[in-house]
Ligand binder design. Structure first.
Ligand code: F6P
Length: 379
């Protein structure tokens, strides 16, 4: 085990989609590394791109992190296109794919970085794990608005996105009520429906559709018509971008791919069209999109991101490379990055939060009996 006296210089990078709280982590890492340990810190720009292309690594001092605690985004820049194992380069007008992972490991060694703090979601941390196997000295900090990383009860960024989605629902309630119509809010969440589920409960949605429960149109229409018959003049639906009808694939944006991943989007409009075809319900659709990723982090996210940043720097000092900081039972602990990226943290249908939605009478896309059958399968 290393002890902090052998560490002199560390790097820090932010990878994948941005989220509120990235700057809070960077600030905490820089402050702890300099004030507590007397190390030098280098900022690596645009995720792993900064270790592939020259001229994208710069010293980070205390002044560089002044005033950034409350700023959304990342002062280091990020990208979800720079996977060193399949790096796209334009050669003679054609896109070719190269494995530049050895260059990344070598570049970190040439810069004499004793450890790199990777602030990333499942994609960036999976890449980090593969680079560690090749000799990269790294630790991880879990970020993502999607909250789909295992081993940590929550990722920073999620709480801010949740509040943004809840605020949108609050606003949609008043206009939907005034016009006596139904409104669908489409939120992010590729495979995991955490934002839709929790914002849906906090923002009083009548229908919550998540990728984990393939929806059936008749169950949704039945819910909306029952509400209408019982005197409710409007309804609110929230749908995760990755939610899909039973037996059908998710809805992708045409011809859009980022880093080999097809972009989702459009399920809200599709659902509205389908409901209109089979009923007289008047519907409108709002897509919240990247508003969920932007803006100032909530107090919860600032605090969690700062705790993660301080503790991950301590992990480096203690020689716990290959580990990721995580929140478990209210405490910050260290877990192997390999374990965190082994599979995604999806919504469990037997969880309290799903039971809460069902208890409130929320339609989760199918009948309560069908959901109970899915719960039984899960057990
Ligand atoms: O961070 C994950 C995520 O928010 C997904 O929910 C969404 O599909 C994706 O990012 C969109 O990313 P971008 O528009 O940056 O490619």
């Amino acid at each position: 085990m290393n002890n902090h006296s052998s560490i002199q210089r560390i790097g820090v990078l932010t990878g994948g989609g941005d989220c509120p709280g990235l700057n809070a982590v960077i600030r905490a890492v820089v402050k702890t590394a300099i004030n507590k340990y007397g190390w030098e810190v280098f900022g690596i720009e645009d995720g792993f791109e900064g270790l592939i292309q020259p001229g994208k690594v710069r010293p980070l001092g205390l002044r560089d992190v002044w005033g950034i605690l409350d700023r959304g985004g990342t002062i280091l820049g990020t990208t979800n296109r720079a996977n060193p194992f399949s790096y796209e380069v334009e050669v003679d007008g054609e896109i070719k794919v190269f494995d530049v992972s050895d260059d990344v490991v070598r570049h970190a060694q040439v810069l004499s970085l004793d450890a790199i703090v990777v602030i990333g979601g499942d994609g960036s941390l999976r890449i980090t794990q593969e680079l560690i196997a090749k000799g990269l000295r790294a630790v991880g900090v879990p970020k993502t608005i999607d909250n789909d990383l295992q081993c940590t009860e929550i990722t920073f960024g999620f709480d801010t996105a949740l509040n943004t989605a809840m605020d949108a629902l609050d606003r949609l309630h008043t206009t939907a009520e005034s016009h006596h119509r139904a409104i669908i809010l489409e939120v992010m969440g590729r495979e995991a429906g955490w934002i839709a589920l929790e914002a849906g409960i906090a923002g009083d949605a009548d229908v919550i559709l998540i990728p984990e429960v393939p929806y059936r149109l008749d169950a949704i229409i039945e819910k909306l018509e029952t509400r209408h018959r019982s005197g409710a003049k409007y309804s609110i639906l929230i749908v995760a971008e990755g939610a899909h009808e039973a037996g059908k694939p998710p809805v992708y944006q045409q011809h859009r791919e980022v880093g080999g991943v097809k972009r989702l989007g459009g399920v809200g409009e599709l659902l509205a069209e389908e409901i209109r075809e089979h009923s007289d319900i008047e519907l409108r659709v709002t897509v919240l999109g990247h508003l969920q990723r932007g803006g100032s982090p909530t107090a919860f996210d600032r605090l969690l991101a700062t705790r993660f940043g301080v503790m991950v720097t301590d992990l480096v000092a203690q020689g716990h490379l290959g580990q990721m900081v995580a929140l478990q039972g209210g405490r910050i602990v260290a877990v192997p990055i390999a374990e965190a990226v082994a599979k995604q943290k999806l919504v469990s249908l037997s969880s309290d939060v799903v039971k809460t939605a069902l208890g409130l009478g929320v339609c989760l896309g199918d009948t309560p009996q069908a959901i109970a059958a899915l719960q039984a399968q899960e057990a």
